[in-house]
Design a protein around this ligand. Structure first.
Ligand code: GLP
Length: 255
């Protein structure tokens, strides 16, 4: 696990986008595993700039997103399909037919999870998976549990995740309580993983993910077992790890 220091959110976004850009340049028909949330917004902005400057061509790329709320249609402005379209896809030259995201409106959870696992498999696997991290250590929507869930599954969101999402919805009762998410096995089968974390609120969980025990109670800790993981985190998100294990962080400015 490489942990790269970023001075602030802009620096983090540029560093993360550069890593994804390198992948797109080296393998123009790569499969990008994409994430939602506020953390990747800056990264997506930098990728859009790269496309606008003519440095990046996404025409042969394919994309697979981690998760989607159950019960939200694609045109709901809080659905992850909508988020991806508005914040990345509509600004670059990716072919929408090559983008994949679980269908939140398929009420048959078993069928939808099976379909999505097969769709990701048919892409030949993910070359680089971008991840954010929830305050409780979730990746995608793999919430803390007694075991690591394997394939795509339907989850009951934890109260802390529902509370964190409330800010995006007009009414409390509109906040989805379930989601479809890639499982840990699917995430771990990506060739490369890039996790980004920003802000003091993530400092404790970043430290537990990187330096704590590997446990399904902190789902992101499983990344310690992957052989090509890069974490890019800003100063605030690294503040606890900086105290406990500064030797794990690359690029830390000298005190
Ligand atoms: C949601 C998403 C995750 C994301 C997390 C953190 O739960 N399903 O993929 O990593 O939020 O979001 P943020 O980046 O806004 O802190």
């Amino acid at each position: 696990m490489r942990i790269l220091y970023a001075s602030d959110y802009n620096d983090l976004s540029r560093k993360a986008a550069n890593i994804i850009a390198a992948q797109v340049i080296l393998k123009p028909d790569c499969v990008l595993g994409l994430a939602t949330g506020s953390s990747p917004l800056g990264t997506y902005k930098c990728l859009i700039e790269g496309y606008e400057k003519g440095d990046l061509d996404f025409s042969r790329c394919k994309a697979a997103n981690l998760d989607e709320y159950r019960g939200l249609p694609k045109d709901n402005d809080q659905s992850y399909a909508y988020f991806m379209y508005e914040n990345l896809f509509k600004h670059i030259n990716i072919d929408m037919a090559n983008t994949n995201i679980p269908d939140g409106m398929n009420a048959d959870a078993e069928a939808e999870c099976k379909r999505y696992d097969e769709a990701v498999r048919a892409l030949g696997g993910v070359d680089i998976q971008l991840l954010g991290i929830g305050h409780n250590g979730h990746i995608g929507f793999n919430e803390p549990a007694d075991e690591f869930p394997k394939g795509t599954h339907c989850v009951d969101l934890t109260q802390s995740t529902i509370d964190a999402n409330t800010r995006f919805f007009a009414r409390k009762e509109d906040v989805p309580t379930q989601a479809y998410t890639m499982g840990i096995q699917t995430i771990m089968s990506a060739k490369k993983i890039l996790l980004i974390a920003s802000g003091e609120g993530k400092a404790d969980i970043v430290c537990r993910m990187a330096a704590g025990p590997v446990t399904p109670n902190v789902p992101a800790s499983v990344l310690q077992l992957h052989n090509d993981v890069t974490i890019v985190a800003d100063k605030e998100a690294l503040s606890v790890l900086m105290e406990k294990a500064p030797e794990m962080i690359e690029g830390l400015p000298k005190a």
